[in-house]
Design a protein around this ligand. Structure first.
Ligand code: NAP
Length: 316
């Protein structure tokens, strides 16, 4: 049997990269092996990956030179940045560039860049339907990544641009889950009206990425957008009601109400949901569920995910 090829996984201790690392480690074909990059190889999550068989190496996207040894000798690289840790487009973009530069220097043969749309292509700064944030963005955590597509392309990397969708885990870890209202009824809020939201189980993102690496050249030079299902707020509420055994309501709030929620990034997310709503045909259209399932036959829909994760959703 041919020797397994190394895939460098950025964010391997996180949701996207973790899903990819576990997918590769569970893949019986043995086509690939995992080199998990983390700032802290001693962390519990890093040690858990090592116990599963991953090579765990130190690397920090804020220190570009630290990535070079991590990428050396690799066949593939999964590049991902975490805007929500830094809340800075400048820093996220410097991290993305460090990853692209390391992939180029190492001569990596297939790079997946986990990007998102630059929403300003749909909502230019002059469009006042939503406020401009940080002086030059509509949706900073999207625009930041979308702007980096050109950097990855201009490096001449063998590249797949990978567009993910809303993680349903946001109902567990991101404070977006149902909360009791004044009368005790559980409710969650989105400014999506009655339009569907493209969502996915976070673990399925990595499984789709493995599908892309396995197909190799078929996806180089392509953009691949994935989703597990497109579901409306009302549909998600009905499913949550079923799996939690308690009534859950969906509050379709206005864009301004969502932006005004006051948690860090509420304005960015309010603009994001407005973008999902206003350009719903595009957003759901490009995120092809059937094609995502072809990459990852285990792809979950919302009901499957909710039934498996009901106990983890905090209801306080
Ligand atoms: P996550 O679960 O929050 O974990 C963050 C990962 O990034 C960790 O593995 C961490 O590794 C790594 N990391 C952070 N800073 C690093 C640095 N300087 N150098 C090396 N590694 C670093 O992350 P995620 O959810 O997989 O990905 C985050 C991105 O997903 C965000 O940019 C967000 O915009 C995007 N996204 C989110 C959603 C959603 O619905 N939530 C949907 C689509 C896209 P160590 O701590 O081990 O070093």
């Amino acid at each position: 049997m041919a020797e397994s090829k190394i895939i460098v996984v950025m964010g391997a201790t996180g949701a996207q990269g973790g899903g990819l690392a576990r997918a590769i480690l569970a893949d019986k074909s043995g086509a690939f092996k995992v080199r998990a990059v983390t700032r802290n190889p001693q962390s519990e999550k890093a040690r858990a990956l090592a116990a599963l068989g991953a090579e765990v190496v130190a690397g920090d996207s804020d220190k570009p030179e630290s990535l070079l040894p991590a990428f050396k000798g690799a066949y593939g690289a999964y590049c991902v940045t975490n805007y929500w840790e830094v809340f800075s487009v400048e820093r996220e973009q410097a991290q993305a560039k460090a990853q692209a530069d390391a992939a180029k220097a190492a001569g990596v043969r297939h790079v997946i860049w986990s990007s998102l749309e630059d929403t300003r292509k749909w909502v230019p700064l002059s469009d006042n339907r939503m406020p401009t944030l940080q002086g030059k963005y509509k949706c900073p955590h999207f625009d930041s990544k979308g702007e980096m597509d050109a950097y990855f392309r201009e490096k001449g990397l063998p590249l797949t641009i990978f567009l993910t969708s809303f993680y349903w885990e946001n109902f567990i870890y991101f404070g977006m889950g149902p909360k009791p209202g004044p009368d005790g009824t559980l409710a969650f809020a989105l400014n999506m009206g009655d339009r569907p939201l493209s969502g996915i189980a976070a673990e399925d993102i990595g499984r789709c990425a493995l599908g892309i690496f396995k197909k190799g050249s078929e996806f180089i030079g392509k953009t691949v957008a994935i989703a597990g299902e497109h579901v409306t707020g009302a549909e998600m509420a009905a499913t949550l009601t079923k799996v939690l055994g308690r009534t859950v309501k969906y509050n379709a709030v206005s864009n301004d109400v969502y932006r005004g929620f006051g948690f860090p990034g509420a304005d960015d997310l309010g603009n994001m949901f407005q973008y999902y709503h206003d350009f719903n045909d595009y957003f759901c259209g490009i995120r092809d569920v059937k094609a995502s399932r072809a990459l990852n036959p285990e792809l979950q829909n919302f009901e499957t995910w909710a039934a498996r994760n009901a106990k983890l959703i905090p209801l306080g």
